[in-house]
Design a protein around this ligand. Structure first.
Ligand code: FAD
Length: 398
């Protein structure tokens, strides 16, 4: 077999799964190269542990080093341009040619797309931001905390509700919760519009904790209030909604708008949007070029799968099987079904799971399971399995 150069862009849920699968499936003569601008990976749900103060930002990062020991060529560099016409990728330090390309660049946060948010808002969609929000909670003594979802799609639909549970727990531990009102605003008619039973569970669990949810609240922007600065020198924040109404917050957290990564938007794979793929195989319209995970719009026109690690992993697995089969001159049968579970932790410490099968049957199914302690163990196992498979069990920061 001639040398085959496989280039994987992005070392997230998708890129890691593809790198490990392809390395296992192919002989050493195939080069598997993974490029990421970071030197480490964070499992999305571990951001909540940082917000809760159970972990430090550095403590949830897994170094890519163990992948090198397993024969994956890992390059830390920023990708600047994808040119599928010439089969080249340009990074800050080099230009790469490939025989097979898998793009797994995730979703980009766009905090500046919501006026005033970059200056006045906090979030927990990366470990450093989650750490800053945790520190801010420690200085808040009274008033109103507002947590808003700005719009879909965003990563892991239940994550904001897990986040507010973590916030509530931190404030209870600090003894300030009774002096602080917590309000969650969502842009749609329910917390999780695609699953009425999960929305009901979320509403019930949050109201037990005295957390108010307001629906149909589209954020227009944030601005400083005219009220005098507090002892810490912060003014309150006015949260402005699209219908002209407002509320004031002493601390504002939001789920920033997500958009396709710039290199995908700027390339013919995205043409200004998420990468277009065949939802069965994850192939793009370019020869031997695949896109998987959050950076792709994976759907059939009626349904697009949510942006979540489970689907990023499944889509990358399917794409890798197609790449490996082409290299080995075989026919691939793998097909993306959009099947997996998203877990979320409730105030009781139990875990509920949203089990989905978007394309496994005649209609998309999303089923709520639990909450239970058994699902808490299953969630722990889900994380441990990935750490074992991708990093040979090496813990965070090793
Ligand atoms: C708070 C939170 C909780 C979550 N909880 C869950 C959960 O419980 N279950 C679940 O399934 N999912 C969860 N998710 C979602 C999950 O983390 C993502 O959907 C998943 O990581 C997507 O995988 P991906 O491979 O598509 O992209 P990512 O994992 O985001 O990886 C993309 C990679 O590309 C790299 N990259 C991007 N642009 C460039 C560039 N120009 N140059 C070089 N490198 C680049 C990035 O550094 C990154 O490493 C959660 C997310 C968050 C934020």
């Amino acid at each position: 077999m001639d040398t085959n150069r496989i280039l994987i862009l992005g070392g997230g849920f998708g890129g890691l799964e593809a790198a490990v699968r392809l390395r296992e499936a192919l002989p050493e003569s195939a080069e598997v190269t993974l490029i990421d601008r970071s030197d480490s990976f964070v499992i999305g749900s571990r951001n909540i542990d940082v917000l809760a103060g159970q972990e430090t930002p550095a403590g949830v990062r897994h170094s890519y080093r163990p992948l090198r020991e397993r024969g994956v060529h890992v390059v830390q560099d920023a990708i600047l341009e994808i040119d599928p016409h010439s089969s080249r990728v340009r990074t800050e330090r080099a230009t790469w040619s490939y025989d097979y390309l898998l793009v797994g660049l995730g979703a980009e946060l766009a905090p500046e797309a919501t006026p005033g948010f970059a200056e006045r808002g906090h979030h927990f969609y990366n470990p450093e931001a989650a750490g800053r929000l945790h520190d801010k909670l420690r200085t808040l003594e009274s008033g109103t905390l507002v947590l808003s979802i700005f719009g879909a799609p965003y990563r892991c639909p239940p994550a904001p509700f897990e986040g507010v549970v973590a916030i509530d727990s931190v404030l209870r531990e600090l003894g300030t919760r009774d002096q602080i009102d917590i309000v969650v605003t969502v842009p749609g008619s329910a917390p999780l519009p695609f699953s009425p039973e999960t929305s009901e569970l979320v509403q019930n669990q949050l109201s037990k904790r005295n957390i108010e949810i307001q629906t149909d609240r589209q954020i227009a922007g944030l601005r400083p209030a005219q009220t005098p600065a507090n002892d810490a020198g912060d003014s309150r924040t006015v949260v402005e909604f699209a219908d002209g109404s407002q509320m004031e917050a002493d601390l504002f957290a939001g789920v920033p708008l997500h958009r396709p990564p710039q290199v995908v938007r700027d390339s013919p794979l995205g043409n200004g949007a998420w990468a277009e793929v065949d939802r069965h195989t994850l192939a793009t319209s370019f020869d031997n070029v695949f896109a998987a995970g959050d950076c792709a719009a994976i759907g059939d026109g009626n349904v697009t799968v949510p942006k979540a690690g489970v689907f990023a992993e499944e889509s990358a697995r399917v794409a890798s099987e197609h790449i490996a089969a082409r290299i080995q001159g075989q026919e691939a049968t793998a097909e993306f079904r959009g099947e997996g579970a998203c877990y979320f932790q409730l105030p009781s410490g139990e875990v509920a799971a949203l089990r989905a099968s978007f394309f496994g049957g005649p209609t998309p199914q999303v089923r709520l399971e639990g909450p239970s302690q058994a699902l808490r163990a299953e969630k722990k196992e889900f994380i441990a399995e990935r750490v074992e498979r991708w990093f040979g069990g090496a813990g965070a920061t090793q």
